[in-house]
Ligand binder design. Structure first.
Ligand code: NAP
Length: 526
């Protein structure tokens, strides 16, 4: 159970691919690791999708408590792998063991959170508008509940080998919704993916779910990944990664004879607004915390704070000086893959070469191969607004300070920014009017607005939104973290004058499931 074999999993069966062979790379040493993994073929995609489609009817008909049992068993099985899972993830990703141990807890925690939701019968709030035969015109009996979309393709993310990968939030929420899942594992951590995939497949068997409820494939994104997204039996896609990759999948999904939704979380620069009172009160303290957030995990978080905006003057300069000192003293950190390290280095070089961009600080150089050298740059608001490239995400620990003339220009920069996962405001003495003026812009720009904190560290809960307008995601109406993530894989259906004996239990007479429902608009367990 604790050593990867190099195999994929199709409907519970271990399968050796017959395509290209890859090996994980230990980013701390650049050494290749055993075993070899062989990519799947289009036939493997076909088999996995056929099995998922076959499983769908049976899986979605299971009582919610059985789906909960599956999610809980997956969490148990992941924990049962023990240290071997964290050790393999550490070797494949270079992420610290403590961080991965926490990430494993988050992964099992979110599986159990969805299980709790299912046990409460609470994925949705069914609605019943009883018939009004005496009304003019008469009203029919109309009842509404949600149904799952069908099999979901999930693309594991490189930067969260556990919490956004094979058993991550996309898989957990799709399974909770009643959708079978076919995962394309990420090449950055195939061994971790296989171990977790086996834990899921075992849970499927142990809880008596149909085998096709889960499959795990390996393959090249533009080839196998596209084949998966365009398979007619796949009905939705969950993705976290680059803007380019996300947009390619959206285009492929839209070009299908029957287009499907793609929930892609892509790129975000997570602007931080430092209001004058905050800088006057605590510029150095904010700078230290900013550098901590910027360099956390080598900056490889989708919520990494990449843009800092403030009114130019002595207090912003205090922030810049303190941040410069802290960045200069920061050691280079191992990045996830050679490709990501390369893209980071090129991104910093390109940004630094733009007109009017000043390099304030860089961390020390490293002779290790796959590292991130933190960087802090600066520019002024006019150039920032005029040059779209300055707003692009550089994935890693790179931040740019935007110096503004006054509060009005801070608001103008906010209005010019692209859609974001997060927007952060730091306030101090006398900042309330500026903060109040900024908030309406920020709530339209970002999925999460936070005050006097840092965007890295996404709480998994009921009120969390990890999403936002384009390009942070491909669909701003949803979240990929928290209980509302399940809504991505459901759709509402109205049942009009359906005979009582045929009504599904959430909307049946007498409320047999004892769930919260809206009857004639009024909420209650009636
Ligand atoms: P990625 O290149 O977007 O790849 C993510 C997944 O999508 C992989 O499985 C990949 O398969 C697949 N894929 C990529 N392009 C595709 C295409 N055109 N068609 C079909 N499938 C495709 O992301 P990554 O490998 O994690 O990292 C690369 C860059 O993504 C980073 O440098 C960073 O800029 C960005 N990134 C952003 C976030 C974020 O949260 N904002 C997180 C991670 C990465 P293959 O590996 O086979 O191509």
């Amino acid at each position: 159970m604790s050593t990867p074999t190099g195999q994929m999993i199709i409907a519970g069966e271990p399968v050796t691919g017959s395509g290209t062979t890859i090996r994980a790379v230990d980013p701390a040493t650049a050494a290749e690791m055993e075993p070899a993994f062989t990519y799947g073929t289009h036939d493997d995609v076909d088999r996995a999708c056929a099995a998922a489609w076959d499983a769908f009817g049976d899986y979605r008909a299971q009582p919610l408590s059985k789906r909960a049992e599956l999610l809980e068993r997956i969490a148990d099985n992941i924990e049962a792998i023990g240290d071997a899972l964290v050790e393999r993830a550490h070797a494949e990703s270079g992420l610290p063991v403590a961080r991965l141990t926490g990430e494993r807890g988050r992964t099992t925690g979110q599986l159990r959170m969805f299980a709790t939701l299912l046990r409460e019968g609470n994925l949705e709030i069914p609605r019943i508008d009883p018939a009004q035969p005496d009304r003019t015109p008469p009203r029919a009996d109309i009842r509404q509940r949600d149904v799952p979309l069908g099999p979901v393709a999930v693309f594991g993310a490189s930067n969260f080998p556990l919490a956004f990968s094979v058993a991550g939030g996309d898989t957990a929420s799709a399974l909770a919704a009643g959708c079978p899942v076919v995962v394309k594992g990420h090449d950055a951590h195939p061994g971790t993916s296989e171990l977790v995939g086996r834990a899921i497949a075992a849970a499927v068997t142990e809880t008596g779910m149909p085998a096709g409820t889960f499959s795990l494939l390996f393959g090249h994104g533009p080839d196998l990944g596209t084949a998966l997204v365009t398979d007619p039996r796949i009905r939705a896609v969950g993705f976290t990664g680059s803007r380019q990759g996300g947009l390619a999948l959206v285009a492929a999904a839209q070009a299908r004879p029957r287009p499907i939704p793609v929930y892609a979380e892509m790129s975000s620069t997570n602007p931080v607004f430092l209001l004058p009172g905050a800088l006057a009160d605590r510029a150095e303290e904010i700078a230290a915390a900013f550098v901590g957030s910027l360099t956390l995990g080598a900056g490889q978080f989708c919520t990494n704070p990449g843009i800092v905006i403030g009114v130019d003057g002595p207090d912003l300069q205090r922030f810049v000086d303190a941040a410069t000192t802290a960045i200069t003293a920061t050691d280079p950190a191992t990045m996830l893959t050679p490709g990501i390290a390369d893209a980071y280095a090129k991104g910093v070089t390109t940004l630094s070469g733009h007109d009017g961009v000043e390099v304030l600080a860089q961390g020390s150089e490293s002779d290790r191969p796959i590292t991130c050298r933190p960087a802090l740059l600066a520019t002024d608001a006019e150039r920032f607004a005029a040059d779209e490239a300055l707003q692009q995400e550089v994935f890693g620990a790179c931040g740019i300070v935007v110096r503004c003339r006054d509060a009005a220009q801070v608001r103008a920069v906010a209005e010019a920014l692209e859609g974001q996962l997060t927007a952060t405001v730091h306030t101090g003495t006398g900042d309330e009017p500026d903060a109040a003026a900024l908030l309406p812009t920020l709530e339209l720009m970002a999925g999460r607005v936070l005050f006097n904190g840092w965007p890295t560290g996404v709480e998994v809960g009921h009120a969390m939104v990890h999403g936002g307008p384009y390009p942070s995601t491909s669909d701003s109406r949803t979240t990929s973290v928290g209980t509302r993530a399940v809504e991505r894989f459901l759709r509402p259906v109205s049942y009009q004058d359906v005979p009582p004996e045929l009504l599904p239990s959430p909307i049946a007479d007498g409320n047999p499931d004892g769930v919260l429902r809206r009857v004639d608009g009024a909420p209650g367990k009636h």
